[in-house]
Ligand binder design. Sequence first.
Ligand code: NAD
Ligand code: 13P
Length: 340
Amino acid sequence: MVEKVALIGSGNWGSAVAKIIGRNVTKFNHYDNEVKMWVFEEKVNGRNLTEIINTQHENVKYLPGIKLPENIVACPDLVETCSDATMLVFVVPHQFVTSICKQLKGKIHPDCKAISLIKGIDVNADGFRLITDMIQDSLGVRSCVLSGANIASEVAEEKFCETTIGYRNRADGELFRDIFHTPSFRVNIVEDVVGVELCGALKNIVAIGGGLVDGLKLGDNTKAAIIRIGLYEMRKFSKMFYKDVKDETFFESCGVADLITTCAGGRNRKVAEAHVTTGKSFDQLEKEMLNGQKLQGTSTAQDMYNILSKKNLCHEFPLMTTIYRICYENLPPLKIVEDI
Ligand code: NAD
Ligand code: 13P
């Protein structure tokens, strides 16, 4: 069977993986060479972003300076992008997944499989759901997850790193590994979708903590303490809600390695540092500093707080709770070390 890949999303990370996938599908006979990429259409200097991508082969807004392979075809219509695909790659900020799944319901290929590259969770009145579960429940497809220490610009420049794919069905994990793995982007596959996914979502909260201590100029020892306590709370939360999450997963790229990179170089870290040094709100700084890219850490801190407060568990997760309060309740940033 010939597999056809479609990308849902074209931001900073979506564009970086488009470069990898576009090249990799041409290396095997069992992949269709054309990869459609759904673009949330917008004007850039008076032109449609899709038109720019399809003529200049570069996402000039979200990943400037990196050429995309010509077999990546930008498309503004979500259903048209996905209707003939057998492998869907979800790579949008998590707040947009519900609406995307609604639009795709009943309109995808019967043999479809999915993978989520999204770092976030979905919270609703009944509790919370993993993004892979949302995709599975709403579209009726199995979903793997990919997460790792993967700052998009560095991956796009082909600097060596590792990543982790979590699978439930090994054949799916291997199929997706083939479209991502390269000598500079080393994929390890593990049978733990939940662990990989929760690592990716929760590390964004810790990244805010890393940025706060940078803004406060507290030094490397404090940053290391935030990383250690963050890792501890990530593992505790994961195992509290999903007892089958594996300890080994926290030693994969999606675990400790992503925490280190995200607390050193990510967008959440950068904006949190600026929150301390400028006193501006996270929303304002996201608009001023990220040129349309989205922060995931603040909203995930809020999601996590909603889950913990409903269950009276805030005192068991002092770091995550304090980070939420600094972001949303005007708690002074120094509380990051005083309240944990
Ligand atoms: P991004 O933050 O760079 O870009 C935001 C994207 O959202 C743009 O493509 C924009 O067009 C789109 N958008 C804006 N409004 C929208 C709407 N109403 N509906 C749908 N889309 C809309 O995105 P990204 O960095 O590719 O992030 C996607 C996911 O990948 C996130 O979960 C992120 O945590 C994760 N991730 C990012 C990186 C990274 O370094 N950027 C690395 C690993 C994982
Ligand atoms: P930021 O969203 O904070 O840039 O983190 C990127 C990332 O997930 C690196 O692995």
